[in-house]
Design a protein around this ligand. Structure first.
Ligand SMILES: [Zn+2]
Length: 311
């Protein structure tokens, strides 16, 4: 089963197209974001994502069915509405920077008597239920499982998109605050999918550039930590080792001995070819102290691989 992209549209087996009116302008995607539909079926989700409503319009680039089929709703270079209010690594409003994949999955279930039910009252058999706590918190809960065909197809699709568009990373909707979403949830092996795709695409972590005129690099992810070295100058390149909501652990490309935490508000993804993306600004506490501290962290045998999903 081969899959390819022609003029920002998927071509291949088990691929079909619909056109959603819920979309914006042209963009150059940097991220791939996985979601679950919390819906009843691929058809019902496609219908919903292609419908203009009085409010709460939503869409995505692709709906991925439980049998592995793909329905594309918009070209990959057009903004769709899947991420909502969101931020990641200094970018605000991920809709304008990402490709959204909605996977047909009922999402968080609830136990009613001895049965597991979706919010729309459909009952799912025990073998389609994963009991797990969400990594964002909360109790052990029942989640609708993903199928093998769906997971395999998600890897194939992610592989193609990351390569074709040079995407920086693969995220879950649950990763990008402040929404605190729960999708794709613990039933989806996001870390494994990510490492299968990114792991073979990238020999080194994603490259970012400093956008502040002077950026402190600190011992820990907070302005209260000491500085590890002199402030980084605008345009300095860093490797992103671990990203959190407001701070990221980075290594300075020009001096790999320098490793520390910087505010996400003052770094932006580099294309990997030394060309920075447009500058961005972020309001809020993270932006109050661009000159954060600096401290050299011990490098005790740590790998160079990005560790965004730290245990
Ligand atoms: Zn979502």
């Amino acid at each position: 089963m081969t899959l390819k992209i022609e003029n920002h549209q998927l071509v291949g087996d088990l691929v079909s197209h619909r056109s959603t009116p819920n979309c914006g302008g042209i963009m150059a995607p940097s991220y791939l974001i996985f979601h679950y539909t919390a819906g009843r079926s691929t058809e019902s989700s496609v219908e919903s994502l292609c419908t203009r409503k009085a409010q709460g319009n939503a869409s995505a680039h692709v709906v991925l069915g439980r049998d592995g089929r793909i329905v594309q709703l918009a070209p990959f270079n057009v903004v769709t509405w899947h991420a909502g209010v969101s931020q990641w690594a200094g970018l605000v409003g991920l809709n304008s920077h990402s490709i959204g994949i909605e996977m047909d999955n009922a999402g968080l279930l609830k136990k009613v008597g001895s049965q597991y039910q979706a919010w729309f009252a459909k009952v799912y058999p025990d073998d389609e239920v994963t009991l797990a706590a969400h990594r964002n918190g909360g109790p052990v809960s029942p989640w609708h499982t993903y199928t093998e065909a769906q997971i395999e197809r998600s890897v194939e699709l992610a592989d193609l998109l990351v390569e074709h568009y040079g995407l920086q990373d693969i995220l879950g909707h649950e990763d990008i605050p402040p929404g605190r979403k729960t999708d794709p949830g613990p039933a989806f092996p996001l870390a494994a999918v990510r490492s299968r795709v990114i792991g073979r695409e990238q020999d080194e972590p994603p490259r970012y550039v400093v956008t502040a005129s002077s950026l402190n690099i600190r011992k820990g992810p907070d302005a209260s930590f000491d500085r590890v070295a002199a402030a980084l100058k605008s345009g300095s390149e860093v490797l992103l080792l671990e990203a959190r909501d407001r701070w990221s652990l980075v290594e300075v490309v020009a001096d790999p001995e320098i490793e520390g935490w910087v505010s996400n508000a003052y770094i932006a993804p580099s294309t990997g070819r030394g060309m920075a993306l447009p500058r961005f600004t972020v309001a809020g506490p993270a932006s109050t102290d661009p000159t954060i501290a600096v401290a050299k962290l011990k490098k005790g045998g740590k790998g160079k691989k990005a560790r965004r999903h730290a245990p």
